[in-house]
Design a protein around this ligand. Structure first.
Ligand SMILES: [Zn+2]
Length: 276
């Protein structure tokens, strides 16, 4: 499932394609529920004349196409991808298409159909979610302040997009390993030193994963890849995620995988001691 670094890699692909400044002529739905609003009329009215792309941004896991007079919020959910197409016929698993004036179209491919493209008829709109760890406002003080109100287990807290946006199962497990914090550790019982270490771990994990253009595990069509089908390489740098049974890169103890609140959770039982 694409998380912040994967969506950022896609955003960088779109910027490299010089999409900024081009115009979207229309948005076509092949699966009605992919678009919100679902009524075709709302989209036809908005795109009565082409809309120029002013900027391509991201907040958390949302890709934001800021247009003249409105914003498209794109969420890839479990298996969404963007692809370029010149063909008029829908591609396999294509759920929607952004038709670019005088150029190739952007196809929204989504085998599992959970992805969404949301039209907000407001220029420069942004989703109301928590702070994104790549934003300048994500400081150590900001994290300490947010954590001071935390009452859940740290993994649950980090996955909550209303607290911090963009982290999912992979990068939460990785950041907690780097900070030496057990995933079930209550936020309220974290020491100040651990909280500060967690801040550096989140920033470091995300920066490295962006540099590696995200994590591409497995080879199925549900796996993440960039617009030009390039895979990320962060899977070669993971400490715990999907490494169950393999030796910890720090202490050689086998990495464990448990189910925690319904999520596969990977950790080193020696480097990340549980609290009693
Ligand atoms: Zn270890």
């Amino acid at each position: 499932m694409p998380e912040l670094p994967e969506v950022e890699a896609i955003r960088q692909d779109l910027i490299a394609m010089d999409l900024k400044g081009q115009e979207i002529e229309s948005v076509i739905a092949f699966n009605e529920r992919t678009l919100s609003p679902t009524e075709k009329m709302a989209w036809d009215v908005f795109f009565q004349s082409p809309r120029r792309i002013i900027s391509i941004e991201r907040k958390g896991k949302w890709l934001l196409l800021k247009l003249a007079g409105g914003t498209l919020f794109i969420h890839l959910r479990m298996s969404g991808k963007l692809r370029l197409t010149e063909s008029r016929r829908p591609m396999t698993h294509e759920r929607a298409r952004l038709v670019i004036k005088g150029g190739a179209s952007l196809s929204f491919i989504d085998p599992r159909k959970f992805g969404r493209i949301v039209l907000i008829e407001k220029e420069d709109a942004s989703p109301s979610i928590g702070i994104d760890p790549t934003e300048g406002t994500f400081t150590e003080e900001a994290l300490l302040s947010l954590l001071s109100k935390g009452q859940t287990a740290i993994k649950t807290w980090l996955l909550d997009q209303k607290k911090i946006s963009g982290l999912g199962n992979i990068y939460v497990d990785e950041a907690l390993f780097r900070a030496g914090i057990h995933p079930e550790h209550p936020v309220s019982r974290l020491s100040l030193a651990k909280k500060k270490l967690l801040y550096r771990s989140i920033v470091g994990t995300i920066q490295e994963a962006i540099k590696h253009r995200g994590t591409s595990l497995g080879t199925t069509n549900q796996n993440y890849s960039g617009i030009h089908k390039a895979r990320g390489s962060h899977q070669d740098h993971l400490f715990v995620y999907s490494r169950q049974g393999k030796p910890c890169k720090k202490c050689r103890t086998p990495i464990e995988k448990v189910r925690f609140r319904g999520r596969g959770t990977h950790f080193c039982p020696s480097c990340q001691k549980p609290v009693h």
